[in-house]
Design a protein around this ligand. Structure first.
Ligand SMILES: [Zn+2]
Length: 370
């Protein structure tokens, strides 16, 4: 990883001693100068990285200075949050080496899809404040992406014992300030990484809210499991699975937010993009083949035959499974459901997606799988 990051085949974590003079009892009342070796040591277990000063005479560790730190970030959408960063070349950057194969949040700097030219966001003192990052570039959106990816990683690890999207610690890379289609009103999983547009400022602000970040990483998880084909019913199921992960990760890390509403933090002209509790309020169907259902056998192939429309059916299924409800659906079927709670409902979805759904799963098969 280090070789790759530094583009240096000789890069190594092997500790190298440097002879220095440091005061024993440095921050105490009676400091005494001693000759010491300084080592920069990166440990996997326990995970950490510190500079250790070892007395050359007796081998005593006279001072320890942690390099790996928990930083505070004043995010754009979620207030103050704790993030992991990395010290490099005298400044801190949005690199979290503590989770899986790492989580990095890059600044694509409005260079159209030029990922190779992306640079790090940096901070001098590891206190990522709104005064610094709530700037004209809206750089604080990067703090949400970084924290959001960390929380998504934590959710899958803690609730499903899954180490990143592939359960093999695959690295997660956020790219913020990417020039995307639709006037910047887009975020996506491109098959390898998460990319976020800045929004046009009237429909959306930068698309890095927690539910959006978890939604995009959810697409990565789907790629590594069911790998649903992204059109018609399988595509709608893929979209719904991502909305479910967006909702449930949001509930995991920020239960004070509106769990079943998608994109409420970034929406400027409307309240949100989608609602799982009431899909019809955003022109989605809540019933298979019901009102707002997009005809997947028709000639209109917009949005890959309505993947962001027909996802409403499974979204509402998840809502009813978790929270319960009663009524009559658009097909005239009456229902009366006692909710089993969000976490159990999410466990069912996790197992269905990773064990029973395949690339061509349609709604009929999804019902059987779930
Ligand atoms: Zn999606």
């Amino acid at each position: 990883m280090l070789k790759n990051e530094r583009q240096d085949p000789a890069a190594t974590n092997y500790p190298k001693a440097e002879l220095v003079i440091i005061e024993k009892g440095l921050l105490g009342e009676h400091p005494t100068p001693v000759l010491a070796y300084r080592f920069d040591i990166y440990t996997l277990d326990p995970l950490g990285r510190s500079e250790y000063y070892v007395d050359t005479n007796c081998g005593e560790i006279v001072f320890t200075d942690p390099i790996m730190k928990h930083a505070t970030a004043e995010t754009r959408y979620s207030g103050f949050r704790t993030i992991e960063t990395q010290l490099s070349g005298g400044s801190f950057r949005l690199v979290d080496a503590t989770r899986g194969g790492g989580i990095t949040t890059w600044n694509a700097d409005n260079l159209s899809m030029s990922f190779n030219a992306a640079v790090h966001f940096t901070d001098n003192n590891d206190n990522w404040t709104a005064a610094e990052f709530g700037n004209a570039n809206q750089d604080n959106a990067a703090l949400d992406a970084h924290w959001g990816a960390e929380m998504t990683y934590d959710y899958f690890l803690q609730r499903h014992s899954r180490n990143s999207i592939d359960n093999a610690g695959s690295a997660l890379n956020n790219y913020v300030h990417v020039i995307v289609a639709n006037n910047g009103n887009n975020a996506s999983w491109d098959g390898q990484r998460m990319i976020y547009g800045d929004g046009d400022g009237t429909t959306f602000s930068p698309l890095t809210s927690l539910d959006v970040v978890a939604h995009e990483i959810g697409h990565g998880f789907s790629d590594k499991t069911a790998n649903l084909l992204y059109q018609k019913e399988s595509g709608a199921i893929d979209e719904s699975l991502s909305d479910i992960w967006g909702a449930i990760v949001e509930f995991f890390a920020a239960p004070e937010k509106q769990t079943y509403v998608m994109s409420e933090d970034i929406s400027l002209s409307e309240d949100a993009l989608r609602s799982m509790s009431n899909p019809k309020s955003f022109d989605q169907p809540d019933t298979y083949g019901g009102t707002n259902w997009f005809d997947v056998n028709g000639t209109n192939s917009d949005d890959d035959w309505g993947v962001h429309t027909n996802s409403g059916v499974m979204n509402h299924w998840f809502y009813l499974l978790a929270e319960g409800g009663s009524g009559t659906n658009d097909n005239g079927d009456t229902y009366n459901i006692t909710g089993i709670g969000k976490l159990k409902a999410a466990n069912i979805v996790y197992r269905a997606e990773s064990n029973y759904f395949t690339s061509t799963t349609n709604y009929f098969q999804a019902r059987a799988g779930a």
